[in-house]
Design a protein around this ligand. Structure first.
Ligand SMILES: NC(=O)c1ccc[n+]([C@@H]2O[C@H](COP(=O)([O-])OP(=O)(O)OC[C@H]3O[C@@H](n4cnc5c(N)ncnc54)[C@H](OP(=O)(O)O)[C@@H]3O)[C@@H](O)[C@H]2O)c1
Length: 275
């Protein structure tokens, strides 16, 4: 395998796992980029955009995080990438986002339309939300409790490292599939069940407090969230509550040959959560 792969978001949950998996491919040059990465790349500073693309033929794309209009930066960057000779893009989206939806759905459509070889990753919610920098993890650390409006809705939580190694597989595969890939962990859990597993594995009480959807936005705003972002989070919880995010896929194992980790195994291996 030869060529040069650019990994954006290379210090993040998924990007760091993509870099780790790609470094096992002999002959491949891996370029790890982010504001704090080996190679400096900042969506907000276009002077950092050109050098990272030099000689690159494949790219892992993490759009600007939490930006309501990621296409403002991603659109012009994709134009530069296509002009620089990038031919395959593996782009991180979400199981909750379809082609053309605002934000990541527009990014997915732009990637599909601009490159001859493209793959859109649509992962479920990350297990890292319980342990990393996510507000759920922060709330668990400080209060032993977290709040959602998901009721008894189920989510097939996935370890971001399984997303990363699937992305790496798609980046180095001889043939592109040019498709969407629903990525999930091995089982769909309610948040109550996830809290029970976490309590058992970590030997401390972790509680899930369920609130009604119409109370959730107020709760988030009173916790310091911007009203617009609170509305987005509440809409996501309603999707889960209504059962629309419960599907378990076999994609990770089908593509990589290795099954994704379950939640208890993820929690039992703290050192392996982040690369
Ligand atoms: N959490 C979930 O449950 C979930 C589920 C489905 C989809 N998603 C999607 O996954 C994405 C997050 O992916 P992730 O968890 O792998 O990322 P992450 O851990 O949040 O890390 C973000 C990465 O982006 C880099 N970054 C941040 N601001 C940047 C900027 N201005 N310019 C360049 N790089 C920047 C960061 O590195 P530096 O700080 O070094 O720049 C870091 O490498 C989001 O789009 C989210 O919608 C999340």
């Amino acid at each position: 395998m030869s060529g040069t792969v650019l990994v954006l978001g290379a210090t993040g949950n998924t990007g760091s796992a993509v870099v780790e998996a790609l470094r096992r491919s002999p002959g491949l040059a891996v370029r790890a980029a982010s504001r704090r990465g080996h190679l400096r790349f900042d969506w907000a500073d276009r002077s950092t955009w050109n050098d990272v693309l030099d000689g690159v033929d494949r790219m892992y794309l993490v759009a600007p995080i939490g930006d309501p209009d990621p296409m403002a930066a991603v659109g012009p960057f994709l134009e530069r990438a296509a002009a620089a000779g990038v031919r395959r893009v593996v782009s991180l989206s979400s199981s909750a986002v379809a082609f053309g939806d605002p934000g990541l759905g527009e990014v997915a459509a732009a990637v599909r339309d601009a490159f001859p070889e493209w793959e859109i990753l649509r992962p479920s919610w990350f297990m890292q939300n319980f342990t990393g920098a996510h507000p759920v993890a922060e709330s668990i650390r400080t209060t032993g409790e977290f709040v959602t409006a998901t009721g008894t809705g189920r989510l097939p939580f996935i370890d971001a490292r399984d997303i990363g190694r699937t992305a790496a597989h798609l980046l180095v595969a001889p043939e592109a599939r040019c498709g969407e890939h629903l990525l999930t962990g091995p089982e769909a859990l309610t948040y109550d069940e996830a809290a029970e597993i976490m309590s058992r594995v970590e030997g401390r009480a972790v509680r899930h407090r369920a609130v009604a959807p119409d109370r959730f936005v107020d709760f988030l705003v009173s916790s310091g969230y911007d009203a617009a972002f609170a509305a987005v989070l509440a809409a996501l919880d309603s999707l889960v509550r209504d059962g629309g995010q419960a599907v378990v896929s076999d994609t990770v194992e089908r593509l990589t040959g290795t099954p994704p980790r379950g939640f208890a195994d993820y929690l039992r291996a703290p050192a392996a959560r982040h690369v």
